[in-house]
Design a protein around this ligand. Structure first.
Ligand code: AHR
Length: 756
């Protein structure tokens, strides 16, 4: 489902990493990093999230096992319980060329393709904790974790033995199950353990619902269960955090959690045995039994990696032994599948390893905001150490789009001691206040003393010159794009990438969301229609971030220097998906003055240089359009007079009354449904032609016979179709194949979950 989101304002320093894709797209060799003289093995660890104390202990165990002292460089990535985040993380590990990937998968299915990519790249994958369900088992090397179904069966056996011991019959049990994350091995196994036992014993399993392994959802689910059923006497919680939430709900409802179900108690059982509060509850009898789930997998995974590194083959499946705990002494032992298990008391025997959530993880759990590339200092500042750094940026380069603190990337870098030697300014200039296409001089920024080198300077080709390339070693790109082929920031990035590839300089993209990144539409640019408003063979709306597009430029060999010739690193955003429709809080250029204008821009920009103006010189450019020619014509009742202003010094029809259409009333939701909409242009064209049959709607053709609209469309096919009376559907059909092909072509370069 699409959601409209603002871009985050947080500064988080950890839990992220970078993507490198220079040199070669395939990883065949080990890339042990040299850290203070040591050869380290790099392990990319994609963790489920930080949903429970179990999970935090597990992360802690991994971080403790994979230290530099032990010879490892661990790249940890928190997936925030979302498979898409985990897939992005794995793709980035692959790009980065890690030595091993460790995956704690949130759910079992959906991993085939990304694990296939890891296999193709020659990176061994070790699965930890939950399992993956893939067609081809060779996609991973080995697995270590718990037997979740056995845990469930042990618990069911305890319930059976205990309730029998107090004389409660099978038909008297009314059980609810607060399940874990649906589709995770822990949920599947534990739920199966209970449901099978319910069938065997004739128990009444009243209801099951997911608490997602969290306290909050555990509470919510229990509140709901208590509202719906008044006979619950057993609550089976699939982890301790859910149990804590459920107990809170039970107590708040005036009921009593405990083992005395004959006298109205509600018996609560759970899994893990890692949470301090849950252990106390177990001692106090509020939780009657806990099945241990051991999270301390770090050393186990390290052993597996050591085995692999020694060229040996570890066992494919490695189960961990686990125990059962209860402070109720009635049941001393249970038997499952012929094996007996002791029930231990709750004492100091449970090694409850309590790992508090880090501040960053707390924020991550509570906030789901998009984190920009430029907020992730930890990952790019080290790459700038000792390097003369240049920036490609403008007024949008505000760290985290945090308009309250308003720290520009240039200031942030200088504050961090980075040697910034130049700023490259794109169209509209470093301050973003110059007219479209205007010539802008280079100058020295008064505040910082850094030289601002204009790529839109007088007479140049909008490319850096030899002198520009002398002054830096690394180029950092931090600029807000809008994802449209005729919006020129990507062209500046492309030219800079090419110059950097030529000069052997590194390029780092601090990625930002694409506010038009939720769809792909329009014809692919034909070579003949290359212009200052169209450089690459991509559709008008390409649905990629600058980081993704840079990867495509490199991977498709669009640089004259050849395929993958640019030493490129992308610092991706976190929590961004292509389905998100991001509202920009900083105007990306002087005539895109609202989030609505950003959505309309692909469709209303077609009017540029026709007899219709898009409202430059007003406060609503691209949200309105009109022309003096439309006076007295039905449907063109919205009037406006363009005036000279910053960013539109001499707008079309300056000082003249224009009659037109306002799209300002349309909501973001409505606009987002329209995609690239040829209807505005088509209707205006037809209405104009009826009233002015002798005049040219599209203005004058150039020497090649091309009109400006042809350069915008990237082809003359669309204009010709319009002139021959085509409908909007027929126009869209002209480029439907381009769109379908491009969607396929962009897949390998995506860093974020796609819409479809
Ligand atoms: O996969 C292990 C389970 O995940 C733990 O039992 C639960 O607490 C965690 O979130």
């Amino acid at each position: 489902m699409k959601k409209i989101v603002g871009i985050g304002v947080m500064l988080l320093l950890f839990l992220t990493f970078m993507v490198s894709c220079g040199g070669s797209s395939e990883k065949t060799e080990k890339t042990d990093v040299d850290f203070v003289g040591q050869n380290l093995i790099t392990v990319g660890f994609s963790q489920v999230g930080a949903e429970s104390d179990w999970r935090n202990s597990n992360t802690f165990s991994m971080q403790n096992a994979f230290t530099q002292e032990e010879g490892y460089n661990l790249i940890y990535r928190n997936g925030q319980q979302k498979q898409s985040n985990q897939i992005t993380a794995i793709r980035m590990f692959i790009q980065q060329g890690v030595d091993y990937i460790v995956l704690a998968p949130v759910t079992e299915t959906g991993w085939d393709s990304v694990l296939g990519e890891a296999k193709d790249a020659g990176i061994p994958v070790i699965i930890v904790d939950r399992m993956v369900d893939v067609e081809d088992d060779s996609l991973y090397t080995c697995w270590v974790g718990s037997d979740f179904e056995l845990e469930g069966r042990k618990m069911a056996s305890w319930i059976k033995n205990y309730t029998q011991s107090i004389g409660v019959g099978s038909d008297e049990l009314h059980i609810v199950n607060i399940q874990g994350t649906i589709g995770s091995t822990a949920q599947i196994g534990r739920s199966r353990g209970l449901s099978e036992a319910a069938k065997e014993n004739g128990w009444d399993l009243i209801a099951e619902a997911s608490g997602d392994f969290t306290e909050t959802k555990g509470r919510e689910v229990m509140v709901d269960f208590l509202k719906r059923y008044d006979n619950i006497n057993v609550v089976y919680c699939e982890n301790d955090n859910e149990a804590i939430g459920a107990i809170d709900a039970i107590v708040s409802a005036g009921l009593h959690p405990g083992p005395d179900i004959k006298n109205g108690d509600i018996l609560v059982v759970s899994f893990d045995g890692i949470n301090k509060e849950a252990l106390q509850y177990a001692k106090d009898g509020l939780i009657s039994c806990i099945a241990e789930c051991n999270p301390m997998h770090g050393p186990r995974v390290r052993d597996l990696i050591e085995t692999l590194d020694a060229g040996e083959t570890p066992d494919e499946l490695n189960y961990v032994d686990e125990r059962l705990f209860s402070s109720i002494e009635n049941v001393k032992e249970i038997v499952v599948n012929g094996a007996s298990y002791a029930v231990e008391g709750i004492g100091d025997s449970i090694q409850g390893i309590i790992v508090p959530k880090t501040e960053e993880e707390e924020v991550f759990v509570e906030e789901d905001k998009i984190l920009l590339g430029d907020e992730q200092f930890d990952f790019y500042l080290p790459l700038l150490e000792g390097k003369r750094t240049a920036l490609l940026t403008n007024q949008t380069g505000i760290i985290g789009n945090d308009v309250l603190n308003e720290q520009h990337i240039l200031d942030a870098l200088l504050e961090a001691g980075v040697d910034v030697t130049a700023v490259f300014a794109p169209e509209h200039g470093f301050r973003g206040n110059e007219d479209a296409g205007a010539d802008i001089k280079s100058y020295v920024d008064e505040k910082t003393g850094v030289q601002v080198r204009s790529l839109y300077g007088d007479g140049d080709e909008k490319k850096p010159d030899a002198d520009d390339m002398e002054v830096f070693d690394v180029l950092l790109v931090d600029i807000q794009d809008v994802g449209v082929r005729y919006y020129t920031y990507y062209i500046s990035m492309y030219y800079m990438m090419e110059a950097c590839a030529n000069a052997g300089k590194k390029v780092i993209i601090l990625d930002r969301p694409n506010p038009n990144g939720f769809y792909v539409d329009g014809p692919i640019l034909e070579d003949e229609f290359k212009s200052p408003v169209g450089e690459l063979p991509i559709p008008i709306v390409h649905g990629m971030t600058l980081g993704e597009l840079a990867r495509m430029i490199n991977g498709e060999g669009w640089l004259s220097t050849g395929k993958n010739s640019c030493d490129l690193t992308v610092i991706p955003c976190q929590n961004y998906h292509h389905e998100d429709i991001t509202r920009l809080v900083i105007n990306p250029s002087p005539n895109l003055k609202s989030p609505e204008a950003v959505l309309l821009y692909p469709s209303t920009c077609y009017f540029e240089r026709t007899v219709v103006t898009v409202g430059r010189g007003t406060n609503e450019p691209f949200c309105i359009y009109g022309s003096p020619y439309f006076e007295g014509i039905e449907d063109y009742n919205y009037t406006f007079i363009p005036e000279s202003m910053e960013g539109a010094v001499s707008p079309p029809y300056e000082g003249q009354l224009c009659y037109g259409v306002s799209l300002k009333e349309k909501s973001m939701e409505e606009l987002s449904e329209e995609h690239l909409n040829p209807e505005y242009l088509l209707k205006a064209y037809n209405d104009f032609c009826v009233n002015y049959p002798d005049k040219s709607f599209f203005g004058k053709a150039d020497k090649k016979g091309h009109y400006w609209v042809d350069y915008l469309f990237g082809t003359d096919r669309v204009r010709i179709a319009i002139e021959s009376g085509a409908s909007a559907e027929e126009i869209k059909a002209l480029y439907a194949e381009d769109v379908a092909n491009f969607k396929e072509m962009r897949k390998p370069y995506l860093l974020y979950k796609d819409v479809e």
